[in-house]
Design a protein around this ligand. Structure first.
Ligand SMILES: Nc1ncnc2c1ncn2[C@@H]1O[C@H](COP(=O)(O)OP(=O)(O)OP(=O)(O)O)[C@@H](O)[C@H]1O
Length: 224
């Protein structure tokens, strides 16, 4: 079984009369529990690939299978439900809900999924990320790096089969980013989660099972 399979995926943006081919015939397969990092120059198409895998943007051509489900063949409602159950996304902008506390933000997706909340587990994750003293604050009172760690805690606590992260350590100091990487690696080993991380951070690439390199919308090295 594959956690993710991308087949002949292309993405072209059309602006008036001009076309930009941002992804060109991407083929990729990733196994459950793999900890994969995606690297490449700025503008090479990394975020676009992640957005298509996560359902935020549609492909121009090609297919995405997630846990053997043909993701883009689902209708909008099915795709939303499927995403909620299977995919976690750590965005570059944190998408925290401003009117509820940090704790409520972290546990919201699990609550929506009707999971019993284990407060000790939330605390354990928050401690490792150094935000355990912020749980009862509102997110907008936190620094950018702290908000980023709340978003990471939320995704990890939700425990989706696949975690997609776009520069999760981009806004963090070196100690916090070490902790984030270690935590993601541990969670992946403990719960069998597949982690796919777009990064410019050498440290992430170093602990990854596999490093995939994209240039000009093409995979130039699939790390195998
Ligand atoms: N909506 C859009 N319309 C037109 N072009 C776009 C659109 N979104 C992205 N692009 C272009 O697609 C290319 C790839 O962008 P993408 O954000 O995927 O790159 P990236 O590798 O993630 O870059 P970075 O490392 O800087 O975040 C860029 O040249 C960008 O300008």
């Amino acid at each position: 079984m594959k956690a993710l399979q991308v087949i002949s995926l292309s993405k072209t943006y059309e602006n008036g009369n001009s076309f930009a081919e941002v992804l060109d015939n991407i083929n990729l397969s990733i196994h459950p529990k793999e900890f994969v990092s995606i690297i490449g120059s700025s503008g090479s198409g990394k975020t676009t690939l992640l957005n298509i895998i996560s359902g935020l943007e549609s492909p121009t051509l090609g297919k995405v299978f997630i846990n053997e489900t043909d993701f883009w063949e689902l209708d909008d409602e099915e795709r939303t439900k499927f995403r909620l159950k299977n995919i976690g996304f750590i965005f570059q902008n944190y998408n925290l809900i401003p009117v509820i506390s940090v704790l409520e933000n972290i546990i919201l997706p699990a609550k929506l999924d009707r999971r019993k909340i284990d407060i000790n587990e939330v605390l354990e994750i928050a401690k490792i990320l150094g935000i355990d003293d912020k749980l009862y604050q509102m997110p907008n009172l936190l620094s950018g790096g702290q908000q980023q760690r709340v978003a990471i805690a939320r995704t990890l606590y939700t425990r989706p089969a696949i975690v997609l992260a776009d520069e999760p350590t981009g806004n963090l100091d070196s100690k916090s980013s070490d902790n984030v990487i270690k935590l993601m690696k541990n969670m992946s080993e403990k719960f069998g989660q597949t982690m796919i991380i777009v990064t410019h951070d050498d440290k992430v690439a170093k602990v990854a099972d596999r490093v995939i390199q994209i240039e000009d919308g093409k995979i130039v090295n699939d790390g195998k």
